[in-house]
Write a protein that binds this ligand. Structure first.
Ligand SMILES: C[S@@+](CC[C@H](N)C(=O)[O-])C[C@H]1O[C@@H](n2cnc3c(N)ncnc32)[C@H](O)[C@@H]1O
Length: 353
C-alpha cells in the first residue's frame, strides 16, 4: 500500500486556480494578492477580459452608493418576503427550504441540544451571538472522534465544503487528495445538487462524503463530530442566507473546526456589479436582494466579514476585497466586480502560564 502524503491548507489553496496564491501569505500579507494584471493604460482596457486591483474613483464610489440607495429604496414588505424568496430552484425539480429571517422560536437558541453519533452536545451562545467559552469547551470531542465511527474517521486532515452546489470546488479537491491522508465532506440543501455530485465520474467515496444538509437548520446533525475539521470552505453560500441567520451559522460551523482549523470564505462584496444592476422592488433588507429565480444574495463589506468571523471566536488571517474590472470585449461593456476573500483561524486556547 502506498504511503499517504500529508495534506495541508497550503495544498488546498493550490487546488483552487482562483484561490491559489491568494490564500498563501507571507508575513500576514498575501504574496500575490488577487491576481497581477494591472490596467495602467486606459486605452488597453479591451485587450483582456479581466483587470486586477482596480481602484475606484470618488465618482465611481459615489455613483455606486447612489445606485444601491435607489434600488433598495423600496423594500419588499416582511409579510411578502416568504413568497418572493421561497422557491430556490437552482437545480431543477428541487423542493428547497425557504430563505427567511429566523423566527422568535428559532432565535431562542441560548441552549441547544444537538444529537450527533449518539452523543449529545450542549452549545451556548451569548446574547450578542458570540460563543461562550462554556460552549466552546463543551465541544471538546476528542473522545467522540476516537470512539464513534464516521466517514473520514481515519483521516488526519478533514475538509468540509458547505453549499457545494454541483461540485465546482469538490472535484478539484477530490482529485488532489487521492493518495493523501485527507478527506472531504460536502453538503448542500439541494438534494438534486448532491445527487449530481454523487453521480459525477470523479466522485470517490473513499475520500469524499456528500450529504444533504441545510446549514441554517440548527437541530440537524453533521456526519462528523465537533472539533474534527481542519478546513471549512464557504464559497458564495453565506450570501444566500438571511443576514439575521448568518452569525448563528458561522458560530455553529466553527464549533466543528479543530483548534487551529481554518475557515475559508469567498463571496460577494458591497457594490459589486451584480448588486448595482438590481431593479427596484427586489430588495428584502439592506444590501440583501432576491433574484428572479427566488435565490437571495447579500453583499458584504470587509468590516461585516470581520465581525461575523470574530464574533464566532475566530482570528483573522486575511480579509481582502478583490476588486476587478470584468470586460465583455464583444459588447464593449465594463463591469466593476467586488468579491470578498477571507481566511480565519480558530485559535489554539491560551497555554497555561
Ligand atoms: C451560488 S451557489 C455556490 C455553489 C458552490 N459553492 C460554487 O461555488 O460553485 C450557492 C449554493 O449554496 C447552497 N445553499 C444555499 N443555502 C444553503 C443552506 N442553507 N444550506 C446548504 N446549502 C445552501 C445552494 O443550494 C447552492 O448550491
Amino acid at each position: 500500500m502506498p504511503k499517504l502524503s500529508r495534506f495541508s491548507v497550503a495544498k488546498l489553496a493550490k487546488v483552487f486556480g482562483g484561490l491559489s496564491t491568494r490564500l498563501k501569505s507571507t508575513g500576514g500579507r498575501p504574496s500575490a494578492p488577487l491576481g497581477s494584471r494591472f490596467l495602467t493604460n486606459p486605452d488597453d482596457i479591451f485587450k483582456h477580459n479581466m483587470w486586477d486591483h482596480v481602484q475606484w474613483t470618488e465618482e465611481e464610489k459615489q455613483n455606486a452608493r447612489q445606485r444601491a440607495e435607489e434600488n433598495s429604496s423600496v423594500q419588499i414588505p416582511l409579510n411578502e418576503q416568504g413568497a418572493k424568496s421561497k422557491v430556490i430552484n437552482m437545480y431543477q425539480g428541487d423542493q428547497q427550504a425557504e430563505i427567511s429571517p429566523p423566527t422568535a422560536s428559532s432565535m431562542d437558541t441560548k441552549t441547544r441540544h444537538h444529537q450527533h453519533s449518539g452523543s449529545t452536545h450542549h452549545r451556548k451562545n451569548t446574547s450578542d451571538g458570540r460563543m461562550s467559552s462554556e460552549g466552546a469547551s463543551l465541544e471538546n470531542n476528542e473522545a467522540a472522534i476516537q470512539t464513534s465511527a464516521f466517514p473520514g474517521q481515519n483521516s488526519s486532515y478533514r475538509i468540509f465544503e458547505v453549499g457545494c452546489g454541483v461540485g465546482n470546488s469538490v472535484f478539484p479537491i477530490v482529485n488532489s487528495i487521492k493518495e493523501t491522508d485527507a478527506f472531504l465532506y460536502c453538503c448542500d440543501f439541494s438534494p438534486r445538487a448532491i445527487q449530481l455530485v454523487k453521480d459525477h465520474p470523479d466522485y470517490d467515496d473513499s475520500v469524499c462524503h456528500a450529504f444533504v444538509h441545510d446549514i441554517c437548520e440548527e437541530m440537524a446533525s453533521f456526519p462528523f463530530p465537533a472539533q474534527s475539521l481542519d478546513v471549512i470552505l464557504a464559497v458564495f453560500v453565506l450570501s444566500s442566507i438571511h443576514p439575521e441567520r448568518m452569525q448563528g451559522v458561522v458560530n455553529r460551523l466553527s464549533t466543528y473546526l479543530k483548534d487551529g482549523g481554518i475557515f475559508l470564505f469567498r463571496d460577494y462584496g458591497r457594490y459589486d456589479f451584480s448588486q448595482l444592476r438590481f431593479k427596484k422592488g427586489r430588495c428584502l433588507s439592506e444590501n440583501f436582494y432576491t433574484r428572479g429565480d427566488g435565490t437571495c444574495v447579500y453583499f458584504f463589506t470587509k468590516e461585516e466579514v470581520h465581525n461575523l468571523f470574530s464574533k464566532a471566536g475566530l482570528e483573522e488571517i486575511q480579509n481582502l476585497e478583490d476588486r476587478r474590472l470584468q470586460v465583455n470585449r464583444g459588447r464593449k461593456v465594463v463591469m466593476h466586480r467586488v468579491w470578498m476573500q477571507s481566511k480565519y483561524r480558530k485559535s489554539h486556547p491560551a497555554s497555561p502560564s
